[in-house]
Design a protein around this ligand. Structure first.
Ligand code: KG4
Ligand code: ZN
Length: 357
């Protein structure tokens, strides 16, 4: 069964052809990083405009690379949300027109579920219950997955996403956008003792395994002001102070993520641990999870499948299409669609808690 996946939720226009939900025949990604870099973040209007320009050639390229025609596709999977409304609508409208022309079923896929499925290509099958840490520019959520398709959010960020914290700290220091890869690279040169510097990790204070990164971001800001650190002029190499600062920042992010995963593993004894989302590219995070000595194996995708792509969307859509689902032409984008479809006792969201979507 051939699935055509389409992803356009943020700043990547992507299309992929996947066979039987596990074998990638093509995976085309047109990144808009160059467009948004001068602004230090994604500009929604520019993103929609770029998607409009790229969607048709990207899909054609994905079909050509896979050596198939639209007629040979058995179903289409497209990101329904969460994401930027204008960006999502480009992918969905285009996917619907293809489904109409090809007379094939179409399913809307939750982008976060897509990230979780990004591990299916390069690892043995996922065993359940599984635990998934999804860390990206927009999300930091810990899911318990008792069985395929069942998701209980047992922890999530109360403020910034981990990737957002990376991007904001990098912007503050003049390190460029996106911040994650730059900080990842610089932290390799950092003094190990720098990790002990400056910042503390927020404590866990509830049954929920929630995260918080805004305090850390503020601590970085305060340190930058106190030490009178100036943003780096473009093209200049960072000195020791900045390198040690980002090393310490990264160390705290990773320790905070690892502490929650460790506690979730202790409570729920998953059979597979999944690390997914853009921040899962981070080499130190990957190493720490691997080295944590869990009984269950840790699966993460190779970098090209870690950041936004359409192969993961096709993989997540495949079980739905196989079950005969067809969302037809009436469904539309949902910027705040939730993946959680299961509530575990003890993990209720406190009444006065304010979580971002
Ligand atoms: O999943 P993704 O491509 O887009 C969203 O759905 O958000 O994730 C992008 C995020 C950005 O915040 C970027 O800085 C971060 O992933 N990222 C990294 C690394 N590579 C990308 N963060 C830390 N270390 C990396 N190596
Ligand atoms: Zn993503």
């Amino acid at each position: 069964m051939l699935t055509l996946g389409i992803e356009s939720s943020c700043d990547e226009t992507a299309a992929a052809v996947v066979e039987d939900g596990r074998k990638i025949l093509s995976n085309v990604i047109a990144s808009q990083i160059q467009t948004h870099a001068p602004f230090g973040g994604v500009v929604p209007e520019l993103a929609s405009r770029e998607h409009l320009k790229r969607i048709a050639p990207v899909v054609s390229q994905a079909l050509a690379d896979a050596n198939v025609t639209l007629k040979e596709i058995d179903g289409i999977a497209v990101t329904q949300g969460p994401g930027l409304i204008g960006s999502l609508l480009v992918g969905i409208s285009y996917a619907k027109s293809l489904a109409f022309v090809a007379r094939q079923p179409i399913v809307g896929v939750n982008h976060i579920e897509g990230h979780i499925y990004s591990v299916v290509f390069e690892n043995p099958p996922v065993n359940y219950p599984a635990l998934a840490l999804v860390v990206s520019g927009g999300h930091t959520t810990l899911f318990l997955i008792p069985a395929e398709g069942q998701y209980a959010a047992i922890g999530r960020t109360r403020d910034d996403a981990a990737g957002e914290a990376y991007d904001k700290v990098a912007k503050l220091l003049g390190l460029g956008y996106p911040g994650g890869p730059v900080i990842d690279r610089l932290a390799k040169q950092g003094d190990a003792r720098a990790a002990e510097l400056v910042f503390t990790i927020p404590r866990m204070d509830s049954m929920r395994l929630d995260f918080s990164f805004s305090g850390l971001k503020t601590a970085v800001l305060r340190y930058v002001r106190e030490q009178q650190i100036e943003p780096l002029p473009e093209g200049e190499a960072p000195g020791e102070v900045i390198i040690n600062l980002v090393t310490s920042f990264q160390d705290k992010v990773i320790r905070s993520l690892l502490a929650r995963v460790r506690e979730a593993v202790r409570r729920h004894q998953p059979q597979t641990i999944i690390l997914a989302g853009g921040v899962a590219c981070n080499s130190a995070l990957r190493q720490s999870l691997k080295a944590a000595g869990f009984d269950a194996p840790v699966y993460y995708p190779s970098p090209i499948l870690t950041t936004d792509n359409a192969a993961m969307i096709a993989a997540a859509g495949y079980p739905k299409l196989r079950r005969g689902e067809d969302h037809g032409l009436a469904f539309t984008a949902s910027t705040s669609i939730k993946l959680e479809n299961l509530q575990l006792a003890g993990y209720d969201v406190p009444v006065n808690a304010r979580y971002r979507i």
